[in-house]
Design a protein around this ligand. Structure first.
Ligand code: SAM
Length: 327
């Protein structure tokens, strides 16, 4: 699908890095007061956004061998609000953690959360694809462990930034808000073919993907599509969704748009390759994947590098028995 790739490449912001050290920058609780919050949005209006609950924390710490490398250097290439980073710093008491993320506001939360670790933490606004350059900038060539936990965090979902069809907001979906391309632009300019392809890539069946794409084209011929609620309603209509379905019909289309806006498949591919280059001999990489598309990318890269790296699990994760505290 050459057309869509070229289109996306031409729209992707070229130099959105604007990386900067943020170690221990103070985080003020009104940091997000400029977030556009609809009155109906209970998530935003009634309480602060939820902190992301990091996935498989014990497994991540175990497979990165944090306990065996108490003075190691670890890089979290998608540090988000710092949940995994905190666990790594606790498990390796003299280790340094370098955390990278494209979302400046997530880094502000991480900065507050990790402040107690002082100069053991360096947070950088940047892209995981640039990990080599960003580490060199910190004077680091090799690391003991790399973690990639791609996608969006619960904290980002709770902001009115267009990630969730449940939260009324403009169709934005950018992690890095200095980037030009937004979901609004994709929804209003991609052809029916391109939208169909995008939705299929996210696991939508061809017919259904095409029906949704056609409904979007039909709706935008009247008025441009500006908000999450507008788009969710168009999708629900297109697939004639019944109310109270277990999975909202907009789930996959929204995921597809978010992945396209942020060029997530390419970032995961190039970021994983780059991470393998910064690992020292004996270093470990852990990549958490949630979608089959992500899973395929990572397995292919590890396979391609299998002459140089071991893809065997170093030692099994000790399962806790029922009723016992986890290891
Ligand atoms: C699932 S969250 C990570 C959560 C984190 N592990 C924690 O425990 O809080 C994924 C993060 O990846 C970031 N991200 C997405 N694409 C990125 C990219 N190309 N480079 C760097 N960070 C990226 C998002 O902004 C988000 O904060």
């Amino acid at each position: 699908m050459k057309g869509i790739c070229e289109f996306l490449q031409s729209l992707q912001c070229e130099s959105a890095m604007n990386e900067r050290m943020k170690s221990n920058a103070p985080w003020h609780s009104d940091t997000n007061s400029n977030e556009r919050c609809d009155r109906n949005v209970t998530h935003c209006a009634d309480r602060a956004p939820r902190l992301h609950i990091p996935a498989m924390v014990k497994e991540v710490v175990h497979y990165l061998a944090c306990y065996d490398k108490p003075s190691g250097i670890f890089v979290d290439l998608t540090v988000g609000t710092g949940g995994h980073a905190e666990a790594i710093l606790e498990a390796a008491p003299r280790a340094t953690l370098i955390g990278i993320d494209r979302d400046e506001s997530s880094l502000e939360v991480a900065s507050e959360r990790l402040a107690r670790f002082g100069n053991r933490v360096v947070l950088i606004h940047g892209d995981l694809r640039d990990v080599q350059r960003l580490l060199a900038w910190c004077g680091v060539e090799e690391v003991d462990g790399c973690l990639i936990d791609p996608g969006m965090s619960l904290w980002q979902v709770d902001q009115a930034r267009g990630f969730s069809f449940r939260i009324p907001a403009e169709l934005d979906m950018r992690y890095d808000r200095s980037q030009r391309l937004t979901a609004r632009e994709l929804v209003n300019t991609l052809s029916v073919e391109q939208l169909t392809h995008l939705f299929e890539m996210a696991g939508e069946r061809r017919n259904r993907a095409r029906n949704i794409a056609k409904a979007i084209a039909q709706a935008r011929s009247q008025h441009s599509i500006e908000t999450t609620t507008q788009l969710a309603a168009i999708i629900a209509d297109a697939v004639k969704a019944k109310r109270h379905q277990r999975i909202h019909p907009a789930t996959k289309p929204f995921m597809a748009l978010r992945m396209a806006v942020n060029d997530e498949a390419d970032a995961l591919e190039r970021g994983t390759k780059a991470a393998l280059h910064v690992l020292r001999i004996g270093g470990r990489i852990v990549v958490l994947t949630y979608q089959s598309i992500e899973d395929r990318i990572v397995k292919r890269i590890l396979q391609q590098h299998s002459q140089h790296i071991s893809t065997r699990l170093p030692s099994p994760f000790p399962e806790s028995r029922e009723g016992e505290p986890p290891p």
